[in-house]
Design a protein around this ligand. Structure first.
Ligand code: PLP
Length: 404
């Protein structure tokens, strides 16, 4: 009898498990509003035209090959990606940056980096990382795997369907000095609720006072407002305020490069010498994990951001996605009213980004799935990208039925 027979079945992933159930569902009316992936107005995955053009150029370029990337990835790609995040004014000479396996891989490298090098608060044997409650579900597991002590700070008030700003401030105050604070840089997943610029400034002041470390997770730059520059405002404010931020950057959503696993992890250091030491350590973290990153997605981002025309087209493509999602957000609330819902859905239109955090209970979500074959996460989050004119009335009617 082999040890393999003693291995218990693990639970399916909360989000990707639902995606599997959607795939195997045979109801012709089925709707997938679970996974945060963009769909066009006919419900199909969309390759951005600027991305397609970049790939065509790459195919014709006979200097392109399939050699290994360096451990830290393609340096030119990293530089352009960091420029995209930090902006034109930023001096990148003291920023250590590496290519990563999208946002997940970036969180993992950053988590290991903190666990290895940031001092533990007095009396604690593990470094605490405070992540918002709620947050992207994978954060919890990623940072546990890094050996960090995962703690939560209040983020959302489900009674008011808005940011729990006082709770957030109280919890960051309460956290032991020198904790890591994970912040979503824009379009918070799953709530679609971000602090105002003034609140960001006050959060920055408090974090400084408490000597906390800032870990920004940027998975939706460009998806919040449609303008990638505007969406980087909080991140850039923290850099201006002098924080040595760590940034996990994903190009999954804003470039539509989900499966290409394209991202960066960067650490804002104070001097080129610090940068050099940090770079060497990031490489030591990466080498035994996966040696070096994949090159196709990073070559696409590099090709787009290196070219003025393609960059312009890219910004328009990104805006188009954000606009369609925004219009689905408004339509959903409109159609809910049309089909007779008298609930206040105004939080859905004040939220931003890819998701509507509806406030539906897990029982209501289960009913949406069992009765209507509408697949969503049990926290009531709906990916607006999964809605289109063909299914929005069906979804609104179903929501009205389960919430009435
Ligand atoms: N961080 C947040 C907040 C996310 O919502 C996601 C994806 O849903 C990610 C990170 C990472 O995604 P990926 O690894 O596909 O870049």
């Amino acid at each position: 009898n082999s040890y393999l027979s003693t291995i218990p079945e693990g639970p399916p992933d909360a989000i990707l498990g639902i995606a599997e159930s959607f795939k195997s569902c045979t109801d012709p009316n089925k709707v997938n509003v679970c996974v945060g992936a963009y769909r066009d107005s006919s419900g199909k995955p969309w390759i951005l035209p600027s991305v397609r053009k970049a790939e065509e150029r790459m195919l014709k370029d006979d200097t392109v090959n399939k050699e290994y990337a360096p451990i830290a990835g393609d340096g030119r790609y990293v530089e352009l990606a960091l420029r995209f995040a930090y902006g034109n004014e930023m001096d990148l000479g003291s920023v250590a940056g590496v290519q990563s396996l999208s946002g997940t891989g970036a969180c993992r490298i950053g988590g290991h980096f903190f666990a290895r090098f940031a001092p533990k608060p007095k009396g604690l044997d593990r470094l605490p990382i405070y992540i918002p409650n709620p947050t992207w579900g994978n954060h919890i597991q990623i940072f546990k795997e890094c050996g960090l002590d995962v703690q939560r700070y209040r983020y959302y008030d489900s009674k008011t369907n808005a940011l729990d700003y006082d709770g957030l401030i109280a919890d960051l105050k309460e956290a032991p000095d020198g904790s890591v604070i994970l912040l979503h840089s824009c379009a918070h997943n799953p709530t679609g609720c971000d602090p105002t610029l003034q609140q960001w400034k006050d959060i920055s002041d408090l974090i400084k006072e408490k000597s906390h470390h800032v870990f920004f997770d940027s998975a939706y730059q460009g998806f919040a407002s449609g303008d990638a520059e505007a969406d980087a405002a909080a991140l850039r404010l923290f850099v201006k305020e002098g924080h040595n931020i760590v940034l996990a950057q994903s190009f999954a959503k804003n470039f539509g490069l989900y499966g290409e696993r394209t991202g960066t992890l960067s650490v804002v250091c104070n001097t080129p010498e610090e940068r050099s030491a940090v770079m060497s350590q990031l490489k030591l973290i990466i080498r035994p994990m996966y040696s070096s990153p994949p090159i196709h997605g990073s070559s696409i981002v590099k090709t787009v951001l290196e070219d003025e025309e393609l960059t312009k087209e890219y910004y328009a493509n990104c805006e188009e996605m954000a606009d369609r999602i925004g219009s689905m957000r408004r339509r959903l609330v409109e159609v809910l009213k049309e089909v007779g819902s008298t609930h206040d859905w105004s939080h859905v239109t004040s939220q931003i980004g890819m998701f509507a955090f509806t406030g539906m209970s897990s029982d209501m979500c289960d009913e949406l799935t069992s009765k209507y074959s509408i697949f969503l996460t049990r926290d009531g989050r709906i990916s607006l990208a999964g809605l289109n004119e063909g299914n929005i009335e069906y979804v609104a009617k179903a929501i009205h039925d389960v919430t009435d």
